[in-house]
Design a protein around this ligand. Structure first.
Ligand code: FAD
Ligand code: SF4
Length: 537
């Protein structure tokens, strides 16, 4: 079925006269960062956000509410390539997914922006911009989002970048011990760059209290740097407005189809329309692609900006596994997520595997409720007694093992005949990923811990880290010079549309093997400069 056949039928649209210099769709890492930066231009800006303000309430830190009852997750189901329904790990609130993120804010490496050959000859393509084009924006982004880190500690990072504005988060004693044991093996574990407001020099007044409920939870003390804070900064300017509960359903184009003439959105009151001289999509990689596909019209029969059938393709979300290691003595740690390893990022240092393998980072403390919540995806939670889960949680250390997910045209977002989102996905880069898991387990075993990977074989991987793990979604509206192979140009403007830009992780050309948000934030700051120049002209 072609996209034109799936066109959203014309609805009764409440005509509004409102018109803005810039309309931004979505208030997550990309949209909110862009809004607060563009606010300084004095131009009128409207942020359209489908979610509401997330309540600050005791349940923010309740593992039962967050993981078992899924209090804040979107109540939405999509379909995988076999037509099976799944609930994505996605959150629609002012601030987007950053409210729930783990706050690990990494730069991509210089080589991540260049063409890189992976195992089996698979190619991670070059970006149309270089690392140097983003370097200053990375520095600004780290300061704006309060990143704590230690420059030069990560052997693969840009050691010449200026120091972080905040010192690294210290390791809990148990993590310090592990750090020492890994170093004795010749590895170079380093302090993870984390975006939280922690003041170790003044613990009594530190907003961040290093609690056990950080990644995956909203911060009840609002001490995690997230999109909410960027929205607050933006709204300090009188020229910025935020409309919540405003789900964008399609974009309309002017006669001829070369510019967006109106943004159509749905609220509890009905359908409305607003105009923007410039329209910026920042609804997240899957929803941004879905909006363009649903905006098919006579000038764009396959969806907006989709003449070359690239919209929605090259979806990536990281080839990732959770590894847990167990030791009988109880681990005295509340905040284990401070240590990371990049020794295997570009290959095995012993020379046995000369292809990129990936990145390893500590995960949050696993409470019994979180363990039950995670396992409840595959078995009823009553089968897992709370006391047993607590006992295990106190003795586990969890790590995220992440390899690059390589872009493939067949991995794509589509719109089903019922108007719902469909995600076709085939895993890739599994040989490098398996090697990385084995090397990590060997290092942890040497360090005195018994390791198990939740992904013991491919079948289990589908169970444990399957398609619903959309946290690191990216790549669906790829940036590039050639309109035949990309959707937006190097300035993140849609090739086919004069006033449409994209400022979220959709524009990523490759996923690298570190977390995506800082690159999205830095690129948003770059887009803000591009737009400010255009608006001034
Ligand atoms: C549990 C979890 C942990 C994570 N941990 C990390 C981490 O430690 N480090 C890291 O770098 N990244 C992490 N991520 C990923 C990170 O959150 C994302 O990369 C980042 O938020 C992407 O920013 P974005 O602007 O592309 O999209 P989002 O932040 O998802 O923002 C999109 C916004 O658009 C809104 N929206 C969607 N559709 C519409 C529509 N139709 N109309 C209007 N508004 C719409 C959404 O409600 C949302 O506010 C994590 C994600 C999750 C879920
Ligand atoms: S207090 Fe600190 S550790 Fe706890 S959720 Fe907030 S930012 Fe994370």
């Amino acid at each position: 079925m072609s996209a034109s056949e799936l066109m959203v039928p014309e609805m009764d649209v409440v005509q509004t006269d409102k018109s803005f210099d810039v309309v931004i769709i979505g208030s997550g890492a990309g949209g909110a960062t862009l809004a607060q930066q563009l606010a300084k231009t004095g131009k009128s800006i409207l942020i359209l956000e489908r979610g509401e303000h997330l309540p600050v309430e005791p349940e923010n830190w309740s593992a039962k509410e967050v993981f078992l009852r899924e209090r804040y997750k979107a109540k939405e189901t999509w379909r995988d390539r076999k037509g099976r329904k799944f609930q994505p790990n996605i959150h629609y609130w002012v601030g987007g997914n950053t409210i729930f993120y783990g706050a690990a804010l990494y730069r991509f490496r210089k080589q991540d922006f260049e063409e890189t050959i992976h195992h089996g000859g698979a190619v991670s393509p070059a970006w149309p911009i270089r690392y140097e084009d983003l370097a200053d924006y990375y520095t600004q982004a780290e300061a704006l989002w309060n990143v704590h880190g230690k420059r030069g500690a990560d052997p693969t990072d840009d050691a010449d970048a200026p120091p972080y504005t905040h010192p690294p988060m210290s390791h809990d004693p148990e993590i310090s011990k592990l750090n020492g044991r890994l170093k004795l093996q010749g590895l170079h574990p380093f302090e993870m760059p984390l975006a939280v407001e922690r003041d170790d020099a003044n613990v009594a007044e530190s907003p961040c209290v290093r609690c056990r409920t950080c990644g995956g939870f909203p911060c009840k003390r609002k001490a995690k740097s997230d999109g909410r804070k960027m929205v607050e900064l933006a709204l300090e300017y009188p020229n910025v407005e935020l409309l919540t509960d405003a789900k964008v359903v399609r974009l309309e184009t002017a006669e001829g189809g070369s510019s967006v003439s109106a943004v159509v959105y749905e609220t509890k009151e009905g359908i409305a329309r607003v105009k923007g001289d410039i329209v910026v999509l920042a609804a997240g990689a899957i929803n941004s692609a879905a909006i363009l596909l649903k905006s098919a019209n006579k000038d764009h029969p396959n969806g907006l900006a989709n003449a070359s059938d690239q919209v929605g393709r090259n979806y990536m979300f990281h080839t990732a596994s959770a590894s847990v290691s167990f030791a009988w003595p109880k681990i005295e740690t509340d905040f284990p997520k401070t240590l990371a390893i990049n020794d295997f990022y570009w290959g095995d240092p012993n020379g046995s595997f000369p292809f990129p393998m990936g990145h390893i980072q500590g995960l949050e403390y696993l409470s019994g409720e979180v363990i039950r919540g995670q396992l409840a995806q595959t078995m009823p939670s009553w089968l897992i007694p709370q006391a047993a889960a607590e006992f295990i949680g106190d003795r586990l250390l969890a790590f995220l093992i992440m390899s690059e997910d390589l872009p493939e045209a067949r991995n794509r977002v589509r719109i089903g005949s019922d108007g719902g989102i469909e995600l076709d996905y085939w895993h890739n880069n599994l040989v490098a990923h398996d090697r990385l898991i084995k090397r990590f387990h060997k290092a942890m075993t040497k360090a005195g811990r018994a390791c198990r990977c939740l992904r013991a074989n491919r079948y289990q991987m589908d169970q444990i880290l399957p398609i619903y793990g959309t946290a690191h979604q990216c790549g669906t509206l790829r940036m590039g010079h050639d309109p035949q192979t990309s959707v937006v140009d190097a300035r993140c403007k849609a090739h086919e549309i004069d006033n449409l830009y994209v400022a979220d992780t959709s524009v990523f050309v490759s996923s690298a093997a570190v977390n995506p948000a800082l690159t999205c934030i830095a690129n948003s700051l770059r887009i803000a400069d591009i737009l400010a120049q255009r608006l001034a002209g």
